[in-house]
Design a protein around this ligand. Sequence first.
Ligand code: SAH
Ligand code: SF4
Length: 382
Amino acid sequence: MSTERHASRFAPPKPAADGRIDLIGLDRGELQAALAEIGAEPFRARQLWHWIYHRGVTEFDAMTNLAKDFRARLAERFTVGRPQASADNLSADGTRKWLLRFADGQEVETVHIPEEDRGTLCVSSQVGCTLTCRFCHTGTQGLVRNLGAAEIVGQVMLARDALGEWPSPKDGRLLSNIVLMGMGEPLYNYDNVAKALKIVMDHEGISISKRKITLSTSGVVPMIRRAGAELGVNLAVSLHAVSDELRDRLVPLNRKYPIAELLAALRDYPGLSNARRITFEYVMLKGVNDSPADARALVKLIEGIPAKINLIPFNPWPGAPFECSDWPTIERFGDIVNAAGYASPIRTPRGRDILAACGQLKSESQRVRASARAQLTPTAPA
Ligand code: SAH
Ligand code: SF4
């Protein structure tokens, strides 16, 4: 399916039950146009932007440098929305996972991972995913729909609310980095993701630099170059296998865009250098892709690409058809990659106790619906 057809078929719903327009998720031009409709001059857009994205204000009445009657007119026509958190779980290791519910009842998960020198928000781009990577819990859910730009930015806004990070602090942020590694394939929802990231990167607002944002893709080759040229964010690629035969099975998108095509697109990724490397993600599956021969083949495959290899211990989920490689096997794999000159950190699983680790995300609504269906469906007579 072309990415355009994909985008329209799974488009997010038009919001605003009460007819008011949510200002979140509009780019600067759209914000200006929306304000023009109530007769506001262009400079007002900049004031609003500051209140919304730098100060985190959700009530027009709190925008104290605007005249009272103007605030009232704004409130009549517009809102500054937030997704609703229908669950909020804190892991023993400090990882926090929110289940967000949108106006149409659909849900996604967002995860905050605090570390010593940074705090990373793992953001979702779709409700479910069309792709069906065998080791991924989201992949068992199917795609429900794309998220709109407002819903993607909304994940950041809600996390900032919860972390008490308004106005946008200059340094020492609890939310300093963003990874698009939650539910969904961001390059199959490119327009909304790009719009949301431009809002998040804007210097007069949330202001998270492109160097602190990483987009993870399972390998949508035709969109990779565009993402690099237009957004300039870091790229992570879910490789997971070194032969087409195995990758076809683990990451079925490989049948469409095989390894050689993927690597050619990566070699062309704009701005690559030793300071700006591609991250290859490699999930460690016991007896499947974790042999020393696999490690040596990996090194050969990516030769010449400035890269680091993130080894991800497989995170199990109920009914998963794989096991995680043993620790010594992962270390041996890492040593081989490292000896070839590539950093090969082993990603410590975070938030496993609240099912917040990589690949464990799957919305609660889907699970509940499935079990409710099971209860409601009468068993067929034998
Ligand atoms: N769709 C994008 C981004 C979301 S997945 C992508 O596939 O890249 C983020 C990362 O988690 C990917 O590298 C994915 O392959 C990995 N992942 C998925 N399921 C996993 C699991 N059960 N254990 C460990 N990593 C997993
Ligand atoms: Fe989708 Fe990524 Fe999961 Fe694959 S790993 S099913 S692309 S979310």
